[in-house]
Design a protein around this ligand. Sequence first.
Ligand SMILES: [Zn+2]
Ligand SMILES: [Zn+2]
Length: 380
Amino acid sequence: MSLPCRHRNNVVCLDRPRKQEQEEATEDVTEVAPGVLRTQLPISMPGLGHVNCYVLEDERGIAVVDPGLPGAESWGHLVDRLERAGYRVSDVHTVVVTHSHPDHFGGAYRLRHETGADVVTHKSFLTLFDGSGEATVDEDGRPSEDSADLVFNSAEERIDAIERYLGRPTPWGGQRTGPPREFLERLWADDPTSSGLAGPLKPTQPLIDGQTIRLARREWLAMHTPGHTHDHLCLYDPEHGVVLTGDHVLPTITPHISGLTLHTDPLALFFASLHRMAGINDVAIALPAHGHPFTDLSGRSEHIIDHHEDRLEIIRQAGRDLHEGAVGEGTVNDYMKVLFRERSWGDMAESETYAHLEHLRTIGDFVRTSVDGLARYAPA
Ligand SMILES: [Zn+2]
Ligand SMILES: [Zn+2]
């Protein structure tokens, strides 16, 4: 049973114990908007049981949005779902990837390889695993070239690069543990596209904010929505009021905000991206990457903003408590233990805590010092 969530306006709501995003993938194919089908692919990641792979139909065939994890097992499910929807892999002319997480981009490598499908992402698309871990972005959000040009000659080399990335200390002086090598091998080693030809996944149609793309017989507006990742892309069809929200806005969980990002204040970007979602009028249906389609995109976006405002207030209070106590300042790990319940402690919780602390530092509420590479934060 999860704890009640208190909004800024003091309304208390009880979140359901089992979240939609945790549900196991079904084999259903459901038309959720004209020419837009929802299918689900199994994944097992923390808090997630499926990823929605949307199928967008037109006269040329289909586009798929977020085709699941890499690897043969997920590929088998993707082929099955396309068949249930009445299509073959050869019908796929476009793959849309909402952002650089493996449950979203994984299947895109092989679709591109087998069908020559166009790959549509935001222009700044870059998986941190594919980069050197030192990538930066320019003012347009484009990753630095050196990091985007790695080529792997085998699955082993790719996994080695991931482990090198995971072996680096975090910007706050913590350790990354990351997934075990067996997990990475299972993901990549049995995927034919992971050896020989697979460098980083590169978009063939990189989009920038405000650009339009024609899919499912209508125009979609590209919305760059950084926060959950630096490269997150939502697509908005104003004609039918359909929004593909990716992981940016999910129905019953709040997406992870990582401090390990190419931007210094990802939480500020996330707030701005949520305000943009809240400002879309006439939403008929929002199509998230996990969980069920929903209608109140504005309300859900505002709820997530309130949630993070509440978490910032918890950190401010923890800072005051530390200040009044003997300690004075706290490490990211200290604040994490206040912000998260014990069962959630670990890399991801530290990273999200760091993102909140850096936001407070950026807006001038907190100061940061560093002793032997270990960051410490205190109220300004
Ligand atoms: Zn994600
Ligand atoms: Zn996801």
